[in-house]
Design a protein around this ligand. Structure first.
Ligand SMILES: [Zn+2]
Length: 168
């Protein structure tokens, strides 16, 4: 694909410096590594273009037609290593699913119990948790919390809230 290099270049350029150093510190090129790198790139590309936070299964179903011999365990392995490098983050929603997204500025996530969509809320709009904890001598490396409720669309459908035991 012609625009792949452009995407990777842009992606690397916009990564935080720390992650960039880690990513460039890779083992010597081998056929196996090339293949893995290609899958990493495809996963990152998919996450970058995704409008929501896909699960590993979602990623697998979407990339399967384009990557030969792709397995769900390969997806998990790549997601885990990208998470360890700080390139992507995982979100565990109350439905016990794990969702993935490109790491960015700290945000809080709102999980709608009706449609099960995840909405990003800029953390700065809520409160300055990092500075408050720093004053108390905590060192914050990652902020990842989920607020649960109903989104505006689902409030129209369930004006009295979702009944207990509701499952979609
Ligand atoms: Zn909703």
């Amino acid at each position: 694909m012609q625009n792949k290099t452009t995407f990777v270049d842009n992606f690397m350029e916009n990564l935080p410096k720390k992650s960039f150093d880690k990513l460039s510190d890779q083992p010597p090129k081998s056929i196996k590594w090339q293949k893995l790198t290609n899958q990493r790139t495809q996963i990152l590309e998919f996450l970058q273009s995704a409008k929501n936070q896909p699960s590993a299964e979602d990623i697998y179903q979407n990339l399967r037609p384009y990557i030969a011999r792709l397995s769900l365990s390969t997806i998990y392995r790549n997601l885990k290593s990208l998470e360890a490098e700080g390139v992507i983050i995982s979100l565990k929603t109350p439905d016990r699913k794990i969702h993935w997204q490109i790491a960015g500025p700290d945000v809080a996530h709102f999980y709608c119990r009706g449609c099960r969509k995840i909405f990003e809320l800029p953390l700065a709009e809520i409160f300055d948790i990092k500075n408050r904890l720093k004053i108390k001598n905590y060192q914050v490396s990652k902020i990842n919390f989920i607020i649960e409720g109903l989104c505006p669309d689902c409030c129209q459908i369930y004006p009295d809230g979702i009944p207990e035991g509701f499952s979609k």
